[in-house]
Design a protein around this ligand. Structure first.
Ligand SMILES: Cc1cc2nc3c(=O)[nH]c(=O)nc-3n(C[C@H](O)[C@H](O)[C@H](O)COP(=O)(O)OP(=O)(O)OC[C@H]3O[C@@H](n4cnc5c(N)ncnc54)[C@H](O)[C@@H]3O)c2cc1C
Length: 474
């Protein structure tokens, strides 16, 4: 149950956005004894309110029913969760800690204090104690195993990734199942269906103008304010409110290219567990993995390949959808006057697209090594391939027009660090020259996480919230 809406709500600490960053932050503040309010634009729905990856879920738990676009040449279609728990409710919960080489790079590029793997380890451990992670028990489903087998046959390494998942209970460890209940047990107040419109500083406190879905405008007044709306909406809200310094200038993605493999035997049965295999040995150039391969997801991926798409009805159980992704794409977020949604733009260097295309060719090779009869790259103008040898017939470079990029990972729009020329905040998420105003989400990353990002978002939010509480939010 969320609380009834009043005109003016007072709290010691307010957190805007209930994704992994916001939920972890709000929980620690409530447990430290501060009256803490967590507000969320989307609805408060149980984890199992609707089937995972169903059209209904996309309609109710995604922003703009899953249709959001970063404009560029090529553009990137990306998705964001918009519900209590944010992206953690709609994702697969594939889990990795931030790779040490990524942390080293952030410390060097943005001068972030106290961000070595050893310094971050206790925060990973603390988050993993509440949102539990586990390896797949037994043999992963065939669609997943095939990618692993293909990699091994080529002499490559594949891993079966851990997930934020309780395999015994059959339950994902999303925020609504883990940190949000802990927040409520600590006396925290959550109000859903509330969209923060603007922030301003009045009489030494932060005031947030929020609009409830049912119409009324409400003012939230807090001594300390954490903005945790995700890497696109956080800079949009801050820029709408007049904060500009390194806000929304450095958005990064993990853009993906996809391919569908057609196998000789069923690999993809309704009710199969989510796939977990990944090929990470080529990172940071690119990483390879398995996608959800329901008929709806196959149809979406094959939008530009009608011949293969037409086979879904008869052959979906023999089809698997796979991806290659890397940490490319340089984006900007700008608030548009009078528009609810920000303008997001992106540009790619040639070499970044070349690496991604090279990754797609590696993926195709792995799928043929796994026994695929045919592989369809999900790109306009690309035909069905019947052997790895046919890769030689593909264009040497991927044209910008043909690059159909999608992404589910966004970050780094308001990076942290002591280097003020690059950072929007200091090393702990404090926005420069705005006492009591902090960022607590994926925006703070100093670049792509390369690995799946949710673990990094949670651990860094945990680190920063403890640091704030220990210093009484000074
Ligand atoms: C389909 C999908 C699959 C993914 N798969 C994985 C995976 O397997 N593993 C992994 O590690 N990561 C995965 N991710 C990424 C992961 O979910 C994100 O990195 C993570 O959720 C980011 O957390 P966050 O707190 O920064 O923001 P979010 O999770 O985006 O949460 C922000 C919240 O703030 C709310 N909000 C926004 N604006 C406002 C406003 N103005 N007022 C009030 N509330 C607002 C939003 O509605 C949202 O609920 C996936 C993401 C998606 C979408």
């Amino acid at each position: 149950m969320t609380e009834p809406v009043k005109d003016r709500i007072r709290a010691d600490v307010a957190v805007i956005g209930s994704g992994p960053g916001g939920s972890v932050t709000a929980t620690l503040c409530a447990e430290a004894g501060y009256s803490t309010l967590l507000i969320e634009e989307g609805p408060d729905l149980p984890l199992d309110a609707m089937a995972h990856f169903s059209g209904e879920e996309i309609l109710h738990k995604y922003r703009n029913a899953g249709v959001t676009m970063a404009f560029g040449h090529p553009s990137v279609t990306y998705v964001e969760g918009r519900c209590v728990g944010g992206g953690s409710e709609v994702n697969r919960g594939l889990y990795h800690r931030t790779p040490p080489h990524v942390l080293e790079q952030w410390v060097a590029s943005h001068r972030v204090d106290a961000l070595t793997p050893d310094e971050l380890a206790p925060h990973f451990e603390a988050c993993e104690a509440t949102a539990r992670i586990a390896a797949f028990p037994g043999t992963p489903p065939p669609l997943s195993q095939r990618l692993g087998d293909g990699a091994v046959r080529l002499g490559w390494d594949a891993v079966a990734a851990h997930r934020l998942y309780d395999y015994e209970a059959g339950r994902k460890q999303s925020m609504s199942a883990t940190f949000v209940p802990r927040f409520r047990r600590a006396g925290g107040r959550l109000i859903a269906d509330m969209r923060a419109q603007r922030i301003r500083r009045i009489n030494g406190r932060w005031e947030v103008a929020v609009l409830h879905r049912s119409g009324p405008m409400v003012t939230i007044v807090a001594d300390t304010l954490f903005v945790a709306c995700g890497a696109v909406q956080t800079p949009a809200l801050l820029r709408r409110s007049g904060f500009r310094h390194n806000i929304g200038n450095s958005l990064r993605f993990h853009p993906m290219l996809k391919a569908v493999a057609l196998f000789d035997a069923p690999v993809n049965r309704p009710g199969d567990p989510d796939p977990v295999h990944q090929i990470k040995m080529f990172e940071p150039r690119f990483g390879i993995g398995c996608s959800i391969s329901s008929p709806a997801m196959l149809a979406l991926a094959l939008a530009a390949n009608p011949a293969m798409r037409a086979r879904i009805g008869a052959d979906a159980d023999r089809m698997g959808l796979y991806y290659v992704q890397n940490g490319t794409g340089h984006g900007r977020v700008r608030a548009l006057p009078g528009s609810r949604d920000p303008l997001v733009s992106v540009r790619h260097h040639d070499i970044e697209l070349d690496q991604l295309y090279d990754g797609l060719k590696h993926l195709v090779r792995a799928l043929f090594a796994a026994g695929a009869q045919a592989v369809q790259p999900c790109l306009p103008g690309f035909g069905l391939l019947y052997s790895a040898a046919e890769l030689a017939s593909l264009p040497a470079r991927l044209s910008r027009k043909a690059a159909m990029l999608t992404s589910v990972h966004v970050f780094a729009s308001c990076p942290m660090g002591e280097d003020r020329r690059l950072g929007a905040t200091d090393s702990w998420g404090r926005i420069h020259d705005a006492h009591g105003l902090r960022i607590a989400d994926a925006s703070l990353m100093c670049g792509p996480t390369i690995a799946n990002p949710q673990g990094s978002v949670m651990a860094i939010a945990h680190r920063n919230a403890l640091h704030a509480i220990e210093r009484r939010f000074a």
